[in-house]
Design a protein around this ligand. Structure first.
Ligand code: HEC
Length: 148
């Protein structure tokens, strides 16, 4: 088969696949906010900037979240993220629940694992600075006296 023949077959097949996957249903919801976290304003603004798109019911779904396969990847991150940690239902959790999530937050941000790398590519403003990290550390472990 010549190269041009191959292209003539491959391109329409790829276009058909791309069109076809647009029909895969994607669950993109923003359920009601029932118990938003009551954190100090400095902390809250960092969480909103860097975490809320995946860890709250106030996700800002970007235009490219309408196009498969990106839509499927984004919806998956959001749905999984909310399962682990959802700031919109924070007040519904117990004090122990809060404590263990706060420890997990501390670990994730110290290791630089959150926000997820693919999210930082599309949202450079979500990257946490050292100052942001100090503010969160001071909130979670005030007894350690980290001064931002
Ligand atoms: C692009 C979506 C996305 C963003 C933005 C994001 N996360 Fe996550 N997060 C996830 C997903 C998906 C998981 C579950 C899988 C994993 O642990 O990687 C998760 C897991 C976590 C966990 C683990 C909870 C547990 O119990 O193990 C913590 C803590 C966390 N995220 C904190 C944060 C914080 C803090 C921010 C903001 C600084 C943030 N995340 C931003 C998607 C995101």
């Amino acid at each position: 088969m010549t190269k041009s023949k191959l292209i003539k077959i491959t391109v329409p097949v790829l276009i058909a696949i791309f069109a076809g996957i647009q029909f895969i249903p994607v669950e993109k919801t923003n359920p009601p906010v029932t118990g938003d976290i009551d954190a100090p304003p400095a902390v809250s603004s960092i969480l909103k900037r860097a975490c809320y798109d995946c860890h709250s019911n106030e996700t800002k779904w970007p235009w490219y979240s309408k196009i498969a396969p990106v839509s499927l990847l984004i919806a998956n991150d959001v749905n999984e993220g909310r399962e682990y940690l959802n700031f919109s239902i924070w007040k519904d959790l117990s004090e122990e629940g809060h404590q263990s999530i706060k420890m997990a937050i501390l670990e994730k941000i110290s290791k630089g694992e959150m926000p997820l790398p693919q999210y930082k590519l599309a949202h450079p403003e979500a990257k946490l600075t050292d100052y942001d990290k100090k503010i969160i550390k001071q909130w979670i472990e005030p007894e350690k006296g980290v001064r931002p």
